[in-house]
Design a protein around this ligand. Structure first.
Ligand SMILES: [Zn+2]
Length: 416
């Protein structure tokens, strides 16, 4: 199966490489990029799309599909061809990966499988409250409470097939939750050290400034959220520097936790391009905030962290924190909202936001097969009408999606 996509602007995951170029796809891979491919391969099907932009398929660096197929499907309709599951039940992660293998109208799935959880800690508290993972078997969850638990946990993660390690450092300071059990910093450091020995990267959840400092000190590779209880300070920047850490700010989720994203969520959830790709249930979730914050918490603290860390040269990657049944964080839609926020609130250029959704994420995780439009890489592609490199909101003008070179024909009942 070979074809040419021609007469398009090409953003290759790093930059716009041509305003009017073409891509040759062969057997699921990108074969060539050039100006005159349609003329050189006249016998092949040519999809000519002047006025459109071709991008690598998007990578959502933070989500929780649990055991549902409908949620990754929804992400796929928004041009997301790889989802990164950051904590799941092992059997559900296996199921997700099986679907990803069997279907091309479904994103590829990377997963931590079980995270380094602790009994009575986060995210058990959250999941019980929202009952958003009805299949959860709490007894199967790892209980990484002591330094000695780290090595066996990592051995289990390797056996399970984890693509990276996720840990939680949530003491409740920002979320204003009392009584959460939280692993000590030394335990987190032991998890990181054990992961290193297996060449696994470690992603950390923290929502408060002090928790962020501790977990960066423990050595993690990147943060799954920006904190919002206090303003960024030099200690945070120094801690990022020690690890050359990246930040996935999840600004939409944080604005929902503080309640300040309310108006934006309401207007975003009436955009017909969003409505036509989202289930009714998720539309109602999208328009609501989570409201979980301490006194003095501010969305602006999280936003300003992105500004300052970006200015200091740290990588920003884009993830939605989409989770089944949770207000405001829905698959596909919230990822696009996040890109909008990175540009409108945190001051990224649209091209920087697009990198955060494609090339930077692939690079930071060492995935050399995706995230860019380059010969030899997977033909995971997104075609949008207009120019999202000038106006990020045009990324929602989705016209075609390919995974491994297979053109998406749509899911019944939704816009293609
Ligand atoms: Zn999450």
């Amino acid at each position: 199966m070979s074809f040419v996509i021609s007469d398009v602007q090409i953003f290759d995951g790093e930059a716009v490489v041509t305003k009017n170029g073409a891509v040759l796809v062969e057997d699921g891979l990108i074969k060539a990029i050039g100006e005159d491919l349609a003329a050189r391969y006249p016998h092949l099907e040519t999809i000519s799309k002047p006025g459109h932009t071709l991008l690598p398929g998007l990578i959502d660096a933070h989500c929780h599909p649990y055991g549902e197929s409908s949620l990754p499907e929804q992400a796929f309709r928004f041009g997301i061809t790889t989802i990164m599951d950051l904590q799941n039940e092992h059997h559900q992660a296996v199921r997700q990966k099986q679907w990803a293998k069997e279907r091309k109208d479904f994103p590829d799935v990377k997963s931590s499988h079980h995270a380094a959880t602790i009994a009575g800690g986060w995210p058990e508290w959250f999941e019980r409250r929202y009952n958003n993972n009805p299949e959860a078997k709490w007894d199967n969850w790892p209980n990484v409470a002591n330094i000695d638990d780290a090595e066996p946990f990592i051995e289990r993660a390797v056996r399970d097939g984890a693509d990276y390690i996720k840990l939680f450092h949530e003491g409740g300071a920002a979320t204003d939750i009392q009584g959460l059990v939280q692993p000590r910093e030394e335990v987190q450091a032991a998890v990181v050290a054990a992961a290193r020995r297996q060449s696994l990267k470690v992603i950390a959840h923290a929502l408060a400034r002090q928790d962020t400092i501790e977990v960066l000190r423990a050595g993690v590779d990147g943060m799954a959220h920006s904190f919002y209880d206090k303003p960024i300070n030099p200690e945070i920047i120094a801690a990022y520097k020690t690890n050359n850490a990246w930040l996935n700010p999840t600004l939409a989720a944080v604005g929902s936790l503080t309640g300040e994203a309310n108006d934006l969520l309401k207007s975003f959830s009436t955009d017909p391009r969003v409505v036509s790709r989202t289930t009714l249930h998720d539309m109602s979730l999208l328009s609501r905030c989570m409201h979980m914050s301490c006194k003095g918490a501010k969305w602006e603290y999280a936003i300003d962290s992105v500004r300052q860390l970006k200015a200091a040269g740290f990588d920003i990657i884009c993830g939605s924190d989409a989770a089944r049944g949770a207000p405001s964080v829905v698959f596909g839609a919230t990822f696009h909202l996040e890109l909008h926020l990175l540009v409108e609130k945190a001051g990224l250029l649209p091209v920087e936001a697009l990198r955060a959704a494609t090339g930077v994420t692939a690079k930071r995780f060492g995935w050399n097969d995706r995230g860019r439009i380059q010969p030899g890489l997977k033909a995971d592609l997104l075609l949008v009408e207009g120019d999202p490199v000038t106006d990020i909101t045009e990324l929602l003008n989705i016209r075609e999606i390919w995974r491994d070179g297979v053109r998406f024909e749509g899911h019944p009942g939704f816009a293609k």
